[in-house]
Design a protein around this ligand. Structure first.
Ligand code: PLP
Length: 396
């Protein structure tokens, strides 16, 4: 019996080390990692540049609090702004806190610009924005809300892709629309570029702020630095995390000066967010991701992997309904004759780590440094896994 609160359904594996796209258990078994700690280890395990950065910083200073200036925090903020729409950044320790900051920024914006009645935020069915009380209200999933008391007020939700419902749901109390350009937990559903452009126009027409949750799809995962770049639009506020720290728990809320005008001194804060140790790692991640050709290289790899997955689907058309997603954020949607959990488990037995997602989808999140050989190896293992879970095979 473990003293850890049993909130997770854990696989019975303990990892002792990782290198690149591989992880080895304490009892010596090696796995190919297409989970990346849920899109966190974007540069794989033990990336030498990250190891050097954290080792060097650990010998200088770890933490000072935000009572003082933190040069690496200012540097990372500047680099993120230079690379995006943003003009200001607030650093957090997690994705949920980055989303929470986005929601608070949007409410405060309307408060200080003379529209305090505007506090409601619209989200989409299938959304996932984190596990704090406000972010579960935004995500609006019954299984996350059940038993936790009244849902935090101020959140409305419409169906994924339901344009009519969306227009009907906007009122003079709407402060912001929040969405993931590619839904992760919801089942790797990409929002079509024309819909993102439509949302931008709708927000502009109604004075609503557009918040993008790129906690999972951001930082190179889709083959652009940020997924919304595929649509050629810009949000007002964006939450990022996961890959930003490459395994060190950091997040960030990026915003325009206009959208952030409500968050003045004293309105928001965090003890750890943006501390020197985390910022050293964040800057090191950006050193690699911003290198010429890195992100476009992700797009090339994604194309190759997609071709390979089309072959896998051809081999198992009765089990695989669809291969979807964007870049190296891929969902293999299973038909209802099998469960995604069975595929994830069979793949794990055969040496490949993947992640289940909503809508009976198997989530593939290889590290962005994945090689062609590793991708074909993964496809081979997935082929074995689908063969193993085929209902007729189970009956034999
Ligand atoms: C993971 C995730 C979050 C929450 O991040 P945490 O670090 O777990 O708090 C929020 N939004 C999206 C889209 C995510 O994938």
């Amino acid at each position: 019996m473990s003293a850890v609160l049993p909130t997770y359904a854990r696989a019975d594996l303990e990892f002792a080390e990782g290198k690149g796209a591989r992880m080895t258990t304490t009892d010596g078994r090696t796995f190919l990692d297409f989970s990346s700690g849920i899109a966190v280890n974007a540069l794989g395990h033990s990336h030498p540049h990250l190891v050097a950065a954290i080792t060097e910083q650990a010998q200088k200073i770890w933490h000072t609090s935000n009572l003082f200036r933190i040069p690496d925090q200012e540097r990372l903020a500047e680099r993120l702004c230079d690379a995006t729409f943003a003009e200001q950044v607030f650093f957090t320790n997690s994705g949920a806190e980055a989303v929470e900051c986005s929601l608070k920024a949007a409410r405060r914006y309307h408060h200080v610009t003379g529209n305090p009645q505007r506090y409601r935020v619209l989200s989409f069915e299938g959304a996932f924005h984190g596990r704090t009380l406000a972010t579960i209200a935004a995500g609006n999933q019954a299984k996350h809300l059940d038993g936790f008391g009244p849902k935090v007020d101020g959140f409305d939700q419409v169906g994924f892709g339901d344009h009519e419902a969306l227009k009907g749901a906007i009122t003079d109390e709407t402060a912001a629309i929040i969405l993931e350009p590619v839904q992760g937990e919801g089942g790797m559903r990409a929002v079509p570029p024309q819909c993102l452009r439509g949302l931008r126009e709708l927000c502009d027409a109604h004075g609503i702020l557009l918040i993008l949750d790129e906690v999972q799809c951001g930082v190179g995962r889709t083959g652009k630095l940020f997924a919304h770049e595929w649509a050629g639009i810009q949000p007002d506020i964006m939450a990022i995390a996961k890959a930003l720290g490459g395994g060190f728990p950091i997040g960030a809320c990026l915003m325009t000066k206009d959208a952030g005008q409500g968050l003045v001194a004293g309105t928001h804060g965090t003890t750890y967010g943006g501390n020197p140790l985390g910022m050293a790692v964040g800057n090191a991640v950006l050193d690699v991701v911003l290198e010429d050709g890195f992100v476009s290289g992700v797009a090339d790899k994604a194309l190759r992997l997609k071709q390979m997955l089309a072959g896998l689907q051809d081999a198992h058309p009765d089990l695989i309904e669809d291969v979807r997603g964007l870049g190296l954020m891929i969902g293999v949607k299973c038909r209802d004759t099998i469960t995604n959990a069975a595929v994830v488990s069979a793949a794990r037995d055969a040496g490949l780590l993947t992640v289940p997602a909503g809508d009976n989808t198997v989530r593939l999140l290889p590290p962005l440094i994945i090689t062609e050989e590793e991708m074909s190896e993964a496809i081979g293992i997935l082929n074995t896994a689908f063969t193993a879970v085929r209902p007729s095979a189970a009956a034999e």
